[in-house]
Design a protein around this ligand. Sequence first.
Ligand code: AHR
Length: 345
Amino acid sequence: MMRKNRVLAALLTGAMAFSLTACGGGGADTNADTGAEGAQKQASDITVGFAQVGSESEWRTANTENIKAAAEAAGVTLQFSDAQQKQENQIKAIRSFIASDVDVIAFCPIVQTGWDTVLQEAKDAEIPVVLVDRGVTADPSLYVTHIFADALKEGQNAFNWIDEYMKKQNKTPRGGSEQFQIAILEGTVGSSVAADRLKGFNDAIASAEDGSKYTVLCSQTGEYTRAKGKEVMESFLKSDGDKIDILFAANDDMALGAIQAIEAAGLKPGEDIVIVSIDAAKGAFNAMIEGKMNCAVEHTPNFGELLMDTAMKIANGESVPETIEVEEGIFPADTAAQELPNRTY
Ligand code: AHR
C-alpha cells in the first residue's frame, strides 16, 4: 500500500495548499511535494478501471470508444467493464478494480444513489475515484473529482431554443388550444442527467417571460433508448396525437424512435411537432438534414482525453479541481449540413 499512501498524502498536501491559496495564503505550489516523493509515473505505469453504464445509445457507444481510444493514445492500461444498465454490475466492477489494485477508478454512475458503501471501500483501499458524466448523492469526500457537462443547462437551453423558434416561426398551437402542448421523453429514472435535464427544462418554462404559453401535456421515461422512445411516443400519440406541438427528448435516440412513431401516425416530425433533443450525435444531424428534427443540444461523450490526463495527475499526487466542466454547443437544423462533417460522434 506504500504507493497509494504516497499518492493520497500528496493529494492531501495539494488540497491543503489549494485552500491556503484560495484564502490568500501566499500562492503555494500545490504540487510542490509530488516531485520530492520520487520519479513521476509514466502513463505505462498507470492502470485505470472504468465501469461503463452499458450500450443503450449512440452517445454511449461513442463514449466507450472515446475512452478506450484515449487510454490507448495515452499509453494508460485500461480495465473496462460494461454494466449492462445494472447498478449491481457497476458495483461488482468497482470491487474487482479494488481487488486488482488499479491506480484510479473511474465510472459513470447509472443512478445517483446507493454508492456510499463501495466508494468507502475504494477510499479504505486508498484508490482515488473519478466520476465521469453522471453524478452521485454520496459525500464528495468519497471521490476526487467529477468530470461533467452541465445537464441542467442543457435542459434550459433546449426550452429557450424552442421558445425563440416558436416566436420566430410565428407558430400557433395545433389543437386549437391557447397554449403549446409539450411531450417529454425523460432519461433513465434515478440518473443525475435525467433529473437535471428535466429540471432545467421545466425551470426554464417557469421563468420564461411567456412561459404561460406552454404546458407539459405528457412526460415519461423512454430509458434513453430508441425502442422505448418509440413505444412511449406511440402511447402519447394515441391519447394526444392531435394536440402535441413540441417534443423534448432527453437524448437523440429517444427522439429518433419517436420520429418513427410520429411518421407512422401520419404526422410530419419537425413540422407538425417541433423536436429538440440532447446529445447532438450524428443520427440527430442526419434527422435534422432530412427536416425531421429541429435542434440538437450538445452533450459531449468525449471525456476520454480529459479522464486520462486527470488520472495521470492523480496517480502522480497532483491536485485536481473538485469538478471539471466541459463546454458544449447548440445545433439548430439550419446548421446541421455544415456541421455534420465536423462531428466526431
Ligand atoms: O449520461 C449521458 C446520457 O446517457 C446521454 O445523453 C444518453 O444518450 C446516454 O444514454
